[in-house]
Design a protein around this ligand. Sequence first.
Ligand code: GTR
Length: 370
Amino acid sequence: MTAERGLPDVLRGNNGERIESVDEWRSKRRPEILALFRTYVYGREPIDRPASLTFETAVTPGMLDGRAVRKQVDIRFEGPGGRGTIRLLLFVPDEEGKGPYPAFLLLNNRGALTTDPQRQVGSPFWPAERIVARGYAAAVLDVEDADPDVDDGHRDGVHGIFDRFDGERPADAWATIAAWAWAARRAMDYLETDPDIDAGRVAVAGHSRGGKASLWAGALDERFALVVSNESGSTGAALSRGKRGETVQAINDRFPHWFNRNYKSFNGREEALPVDQHMLIAAVAPRAVYVASADRDEWADPASEYAALLAAVPVYRLHGFNGLGDAPFPAPESPLIGERMGYHLRSGVHDLTAYDWERFMDFADAGALK
Ligand code: GTR
């Protein structure tokens, strides 16, 4: 499969040398891969955890019919361009004598309707009730708190707060997907401080553009034990080489703010990219990764998402895990659970549904978070 698409060899260093050990992977190849994605795709974030980071938490017990405690956390920070707040909403199961709990953090790209803190409006997009019922804490943040999803030359959001350039914005500066991934990592900064959360068992999840961000967050940040990409498609889980539906050019034309300026130079030239998306998935190894597709989501291209996952298997094998091996592309509603790797194809269109969530939690139950 790798050969068919002419993919860069994930286990060969930039200098052409073969990566033979976990040590070489960790000290050489993984850092190289992250640097390549920073330079050519998502951009370089100017700051990791700001010294100014604070958390302000409002706690409400007795939510979800008494089954959960709600926490609303304002994650605040400050930079040369001003102040920002990412609002984290969290429901933690409330069971006598249990906990700390593993958690699912969703990068919400659908706005407030899907994540009503009062739960007057339930939603399959973020089924907090089901997540809590299955023994997980449910956390969500609105990606637009970190950076509004508009092409404004990266003036608003965390770019405006932290960027300081003499002259033109550099071609490798961070863009919007990277800002959203940064937000996920700041949410993790909070989760690590919460005694009700088992920070060693946290999944970061996202749908579509949110899934691109969850993959980048999970690739960068080894604190996430599980990374879930739902239908993230182009420049998410799907290989760019040989991809159907949304190409590099199509995504850059419609969403110029998502990726850095260097990425535009690969419009119509996927074969020239120094990376492909199997390398992003491989950067998660040996932590658990789950990719989901929908059979009528041709724009995302399920076959290319699955091919990327299998092309990351050699890196899982290097670590002693078989991933999904060489399992054939599955039929709809036939989830695959392998070693540290899972996949399902759902029938239907581009969406994040109750079915998808139940499968993510099955995978977590099967070992990824338990
Ligand atoms: C589409 C875009 C995809 C995907 C999707 C979404 O319009 O082309 O890459 O991100 O939006 O976020 O739902």
